[in-house]
Ligand binder design. Structure first.
Ligand SMILES: *Cc1c(COP(=O)(O)O)cnc(C)c1O
Length: 495
């Protein structure tokens, strides 16, 4: 199996110090490659229409298994099945990703029916099983460190809870997350999880994490404890591999619902931050999914809109703007690098990425921009417009979160043809309730619980138990500390 397995190569070329290619297991345990690059599969499986036809009636897990089999990764079949069984914990195990018709041309694929009510569960749930199984089979111990402003923290904790050979330390800015997000983290009670609130904002949490990750003394101390460091961030291909499946599933759902004929092209419309979700759509398209274009929807941090529309990526005059769709408040969108590798090759990718690191700027040639525009289309939506789209959709019978709402604008502005479109919904209404309550009623809530109750009333829909229970659960993770004390806090947790 090992000998013939799919190999992974580097987006910025090889530095002569590392192997020229690695199997999937190595790429997920050590996701960083030469010159600060990341890993991509050497080739993509070619699935095409026969594959789609064969899986017209497959349930989600059967389809997922077939896509992963086509990848020929070096992971045992039992481990893959165990990973995919995490979808059994979603609302409807037979259909973990419902696709809902909202208007004639617009269908919403709901990626938030997992345990933390946001799309990060789609990839992190099965990924946790893979990583823990690999650690066990290699008899190694891993510390996963994460800094979060919202959705990644809860999903990472939930997936690794009580998993053998893996511990998680998760940093969050005290006061910088929503109530629901904070409660999802601090009520997690397991011996292998440590949640640490930081006095400061998200940037403080993230820079504290970065300095620990690059600290020699910290690594030496971990080594004494026979612990390896790893990351579950969105450049890890172990997450990307699970983010291709639901694009194929959603397409097949449209066929099953009679909205399209097999083979008919559609638009995919993705609320984008680090570009993992959109990259999954791009790979699905390259594997043979009939896609007209991929619409990239952003908030006012509109670097991706600018890139796709002008070929320029310019961070020189920019700083992050806090919006009502905070999971997309990102300026360096990491997975764009994999698209560049695919379109322009390793040498050019390295040049562009180093120029971004050094000069906070790069510019594609006219030809390169045209190639990008033949695949992607982009627009952004400010907070005011987000509120309007939330209200409008609600008046038409659909309740959605602010990230999803950004796609409704691109749906209006980006499509050149009247083809059916899939909008990806990345969070349940419960995760960003104050914004939604404000859009629906004009009220201004500082606490999630007030917003949750009022949306529940206006929309005549119950607050899901997974969310309402959070407010009564005991706090298991009480640490809120100064940045200077993070290292000692983590080391004593590892004792
Ligand atoms: C992470 C996230 C996104 C952005 O997804 P990317 O794959 O990083 O582009 C959008 N919406 C929500 C709610 C998220 O949690």
């Amino acid at each position: 199996m090992q000998a013939n397995s799919m190999q992974f190569i580097e987006t910025r070329g090889n530095d002569g110090q590392r192997p020229l290619c690695v199997p999937f297991s190595d790429a997920i345990l050590n996701p960083m490659s030469s010159f600060g690059g990341i890993y991509v599969p050497e080739s993509l499986p070619q699935l095409g229409l026969p594959f789609l036809e064969e899986h017209l009636d497959s349930d989600y897990k059967t389809l997922a298994r077939a896509v992963l089999d086509a990848y020929e990764i070096d992971i045992d079949a039992e481990v893959i099945d165990a990973a995919l069984s995490r979808y059994d914990d979603f609302d409807d195990p037979a259909n973990p990703v419902p696709v809902v018709k909202v208007t004639d041309n617009l269908y919403v694929s709901e990626l938030y029916h997992g345990p933390t009510r946001a799309f990060k569960d789609m990839a992190l749930q099965p990924f946790g099983v893979l990583l823990s199984s690999l650690a066990q089979s290699r008899e190694e111990h891993y510390l996963i460190m994460a800094a979060t402003s919202g959705d990644t923290g809860p999903a990472t904790l939930e997936t690794f809870k009580n998993r053998a050979n893996v511990k998680v330390a998760c940093l969050y800015p005290d006061g910088g997350t929503s109530d629901v997000q904070r409660l999802q983290m601090v009520t997690e009670d397991a011996d292998n999880l440590k949640v640490i609130g930081i006095h400061g904002d998200f940037d403080d949490a993230q820079s504290a994490l970065k300095s620990l990750l690059s600290s020699e003394t910290f690594r030496a101390k971990l080594k004494e404890k026979q612990t390896h460091l790893s990351a579950a961030n969105s450049v890890n291909f172990g997450r990307i591999i699970f983010q291709q499946i639901y694009h194929i599933h959603s397409y097949l759902e449209l066929v099953r619902q009679g909205a399209i004929e097999l083979g008919e092209k559609i638009y995919l419309n993705v609320p984008s931050g680090n570009f993992g979700n959109a990259l999954g759509g791009y790979y699905a398209m390259k594997m043979g999914l009939p896609v007209m274009k991929i619409l990239i929807s952003s908030n006012s941090n509109n670097v991706l809109t600018e890139l796709i529309n002008t070929g320029k990526y310019d961070l020189r005059e920019r700083s992050v703007i806090a919006t009502s769709s905070p999971a997309m408040d990102i300026l360096k969108s990491s997975n764009v690098e994999r698209i560049f590798y695919d379109l322009y090759g390793a040498e050019r990718t390295k040049e562009l990425m180093l120029s971004l690191d050094n000069d906070k700027y790069y510019e594609l040639t006219t030809e390169e921009t045209a190639r990008l525009q033949s695949i992607f289309c982009a627009d952004y939506c400010n907070d005011k417009e987000v509120n309007r789209y939330i209200k409008q959709a609600f008046d038409n019978g659909y309740l959605m979160d602010p990230h999803t709402a950004t796609c409704f604008k691109s749906h209006d502005s980006c499509r050149e043809k009247a083809l059916k479109s899939i909008v990806y919904s990345t969070a349940e209404w419960t995760k960003f309730s104050p914004t939604i309550a404000n859009a629906l009623t004009g009220e201004v809530d500082t606490h999630d619980i007030d917003a949750l109750k009022s949306i529940s009333e206006v929309a005549d829909t119950p607050i899901p138990a997974l969310i309402s229970e959070l407010f009564d659960k005991p706090i298991a993770q009480g640490a809120v500390i100064d940045k200077e004390n993070i290292e000692s806090e983590i080391l004593s947790f590892l004792e």
